[in-house]
Design a binder for this molecule. Structure first.
Ligand SMILES: Nc1nc2c(c(=O)[nH]1)N[C@H]1C(S)=C(S)[C@@H](COP(=O)(O)OP(=O)(O)OC[C@H]3O[C@@H](n4cnc5c(=O)[nH]c(N)nc54)[C@H](O)[C@@H]3O)O[C@H]1N2
Ligand SMILES: Nc1nc2c(c(=O)[nH]1)N[C@H]1C(S)=C(S)[C@@H](COP(=O)(O)OP(=O)(O)OC[C@H]3O[C@@H](n4cnc5c(=O)[nH]c(N)nc54)[C@H](O)[C@@H]3O)O[C@H]1N2
Ligand code: SF4
Ligand SMILES: [Mo]
Length: 692
């Protein structure tokens, strides 16, 4: 028997980007474990990925190209050859491109976060074709925008420092489920005497384990942060020296914060003024003592109308009190801008047809866009869609419209997938893609500071091919002869990071492949002495860029699109707020088809407060229908005080075909967008619930 251990990387859309060791026996992957030497992974994987071989060798893996033989959405396919698949695709795309290549739209997100199997060869292909651009907004662009206006780049406190903090605010995140290796650091901080505070409308697994849980109404975090600023300024907890040297607009901020008394903020947030006062005092006093106060913002709080502003306001707090002076202080939303990605080398925007402006389709409104006719504003109707690394029919908002769009008979749809997902059911041509164990990749991350390598552990299963290879073959069929379409996956990985930039001067693909991971060159406390990468070089309490973009240049509160306070008319019919954050055993919609993980989640649930349940005659375990004007879905009620009164929680994202009624939470979510970043508002939803 031959036995080897391969260095790999978890490809999933998770901040932890774990270093994996894959055991291969006689060409078969038999075990996937966490690398004990990698500092953030520390030998630990989440349940999902420790079961990785179950996913890779799943009996439902797509192993051959297929063409649709039933109705769209029905999921009936027949096996075809790669030649037939590629010939069909090339013929259809050429016909559409002859009219207008912008009628062709790529649709992809972070099924894999790899820089090679994500947007490298695929982007080259679409650039050369002159296809529409896709704005990849579905997850993080609202919070990202708020952070960028304030701090200048998505750089923050190193996750490896959090154990040294004395106070950690876990704000809009559920790290036990979705950021486990940060939670391990927070636990270590707790053992060393730190206090952990969760700020979350739902008593999540994480909130249950923190010392304190503050439960604001969804979409009101911006007001909470303003109330904290009010207290910090009024009680003299501001670091005047830091503010004078490294921030912009304090005087205007002071006036704005003055309006946000703890009473006013508390009313907006549905919590008590005392909670806001004591949180602000504890935060300010921790820093004043010379200890570290750290904030981990996660994306849960920015999936609402004012999500960008909420992140912006929270991001002002560390500069106000000087928390950045300590390497364990400050804030982390994302670490992604620490990585000097060489996007131009990977994606080759120079291949785009010269002198033509190309429209952008927002992935978060794909429902409306697929149903849109040609118009001068919109451009051509979407005639062809190529989906990879994403499952829009399950994950995109206002799903009934998404499904109607995908069902259009005149739309040509190609899906590259591991499994026959809800989206794959609508494909005209379905292509089998390799998993992380079968292909090469290189990774940046958004939760730690290591460049990561993924070596293939096993040969591709069946006739599966890497995304890169599929786009190479499609390029050849389209007659694209630029030599860049011959680049191998190793060639692509070798140019992934820009070695002229300080953070990655030591990047070398051959050695990274052998070692598995390598930390970026980054300062220990990134903003201890200011140096913010904003236009002013300061943390911008006042932002001219925001003013230019038509936003309030100062921290403010933007109410939800749908809440009892902001839309009382709608709330008469649909009185309950609904959020649908990630379930622990799924990763977005990935893993829902892995039986052991699905069985752990059970079935689609809806958590609701005993009072809200009793008013509707609903008992624990009843099947309930959740509905609004956009649609409805069915789930099993769990009557629990984890959901605050007035709020229901449906952990997600279920494949529709595994739900009793063939629907999921996105039936009721809306396509309305956030205040900045054009992101979806998944957690800004009003519904009614009744016994099914
Ligand atoms: N197991 C698992 N891990 C995952 C994922 C997964 O699906 N499953 N998804 C991955 C992806 S793509 C992402 S983007 C990250 C997301 O990871 P997180 O940012 O941690 O986001 P969520 O888990 O969506 O939300 C975290 C918490 O935010 C709360 N929340 C909802 N609305 C609000 C609000 O208005 N204010 C506040 N303060 N809190 C609110 C929710 O109740 C939830 O408990 O996780 C990644 N990791
Ligand atoms: N209601 C509700 N909706 C949400 C959210 C929510 O919290 N609530 N969260 C939102 C968020 S944060 C996000 S990020 C999006 C996520 O939405 P998506 O990015 O669509 O994520 P997944 O659902 O995990 O789907 C990824 C797909 O990519 C496939 N895949 C993985 N690797 C490869 C590969 O190498 N090649 C190919 N061809 N395919 C591959 C997987 O099999 C999987 O089906 O969903 C959003 N939707
Ligand atoms: S999903 Fe996240 S926690 Fe789980 S192995 Fe991957 S990177 Fe690590
Ligand atoms: Mo996400």
């Amino acid at each position: 028997m031959t036995r080897k251990v391969i260095r790999a990387t978890c490809p999933h859309d998770c901040p932890d980007t774990c270093a994996l060791l894959v055991t291969v026996e006689d060409g078969v992957a038999t075990e996937v474990r966490g690398d004990p030497e990698h500092p953030t992974t520390a030998g630990v994987l989440c349940m999902k990925v420790s079961r990785y071989t179950e996913r890779t060798y799943h009996p439902d893996r797509l192993l051959h190209p297929m063409k649709r033989i039933g109705r769209k959405g029905e999921g009936k396919f027949a096996r075809i050859s790669w030649d037939e698949a590629l010939d069909t695709i090339a013929a259809r795309l050429k016909a559409v491109a002859a009219r207008d290549p912008q009628a062709i739209v790529p649709y992809s997100y972070a099924g894999t976060m790899g820089l090679v199997q994500g947007e490298s060869m695929a982007s080259r292909f679409f650039h050369k074709l002159g296809a529409s651009h896709l704005a990849r907004t579905i997850c993080a662009s609202a919070g990202g925008a708020g952070y960028l206006y304030t701090i200048g780049a998505r750089i923050g406190t190193d996750v490896e420092r959090f154990q040294d903090a004395k106070l950690i605010l876990i704000w809009g995140g559920n790290p036990i489920a979705s950021n486990l290796h940060f939670w391990m650091r927070a636990q270590e901080a707790k053992r060393r005497g730190a206090k952990l505070v969760a700020i979350d409308p739902y008593r999540s697994l994480t909130a249950e384990k923190c010392h304190q849980h503050i439960a604001p109404l969804p979409g009101t975090d911006a007001a909470l942060a303003l109330g904290m600023m009010h207290v910090l300024i009024k009680e003299g907890l501001v670091d005047e020296d830091y503010v004078a040297k490294h921030t912009l607009g304090f005087e205007q901020l002071r006036q704005r914060a003055e309006e946000w008394t703890p009473q006013r903020a508390a009313e907006t947030c549905g919590i008590t003024a005392a909670e806001i006062e004591s949180l602000a005092r504890e935060y300010g006093e921790t820093v004043r003592r010379g200890d570290a106060a750290a904030i981990r913002i996660n994306y849960g709080l920015q999936r609402v109308h004012g999500g960008g502003m909420a992140v912006r306001n929270i991001t002002c707090l560390p500069a106000l009190v000087g928390a950045w002076r300590h390497p364990a202080g400050g804030v982390q939303l994302s670490a992604s801008d620490g990585f000097p990605k060489n996007t131009a080398a990977l994606q080759r925007p120079d291949l785009m047809p010269a002198g033509r402006s190309i429209r952008t389709i927002n992935m978060s409104t794909i429902g409306d866009d697929l149903l849109h006719d040609a118009s001068p504003d919109f451009g051509p109707r979407i005639d062809a869609l190529i989906v990879y690394n994403s499952n829009p029919v399950a994950v995109a908002p206002e799903s009934s419209k998404v499904a109607r769009g995908f069902a259009r008979e005149d739309l040509f749809t190609v899906v590259l997938e591991h499994f026959q997902t809800d989206t794959a059911d609508y494909a005209d041509i379905l292509l089998p893609a390799t998993t992380q164990l079968e292909h090469t990749d290189v990774h940046s991350t958004y939760g730690h500071l290591y460049m990561m390598a993924n070596n293939p552990a096993i040969a591709p299963l069946g006739e599966a091919k890497p995304n890169t290879e599929i786009f190479r073959l499609m390029a050849r069929r389209m007659g694209f002869d630029d030599p860049c379409f011959d680049d191998s996956d190793d060639d692509l990985a070798a140019v992934a990071f820009d070695k002229t930039r300080e953070q990655a001067v030591h990047f070398d693909w051959d050695s990274l492949k052998r070692k598995g991971w390598q930390k970026l060159n980054m300062p220990d406390a990134p903003f201890a002495d200011g140096g913010f990468p904003t236009p002013s070089g300061k943390c911008e309490f006042f932002s001219e860029r925001m003013q230019r973009d038509g936003l309030d240049p100062l921290p403010t509160y933007i109410p939800p699109h749908e809440s009892a306070a902001s839309n009382p008319e709608l709330a008469k019919r649909y009185p309950l707020g609904m959020i649908s954050p990630p379930a622990r055993n799924f990763l977005n919609s990935t893993f829902v088809n892995v039986q052991s993980l699905r069985h752990t989640e059970g079935e689609p649930h809806l958590d609701m407060h005993p009072h809200d349940a009793a008013m509707r005659g609903i008992a624990n375990g009843d099947q309930v229908r959740i509905f609004n004007d956009r649609g409805s879905f069915v789930a099993k009620a769990r009557v629990t005080e984890k959901a605050r009164q007035g709020l229901v929680v449906g952990l997600s994202i279920w494949w529709k075909k595994y739900a009793g009624d063939g629907k999921n939470a996105n039936e009721v979510t809306s396509q309305r967008l956030t205040d900045m970043g054009n992101a979806p508002t998944f957690y800004d939803v009003l519904v009614q619930v009744e016994k099914a």
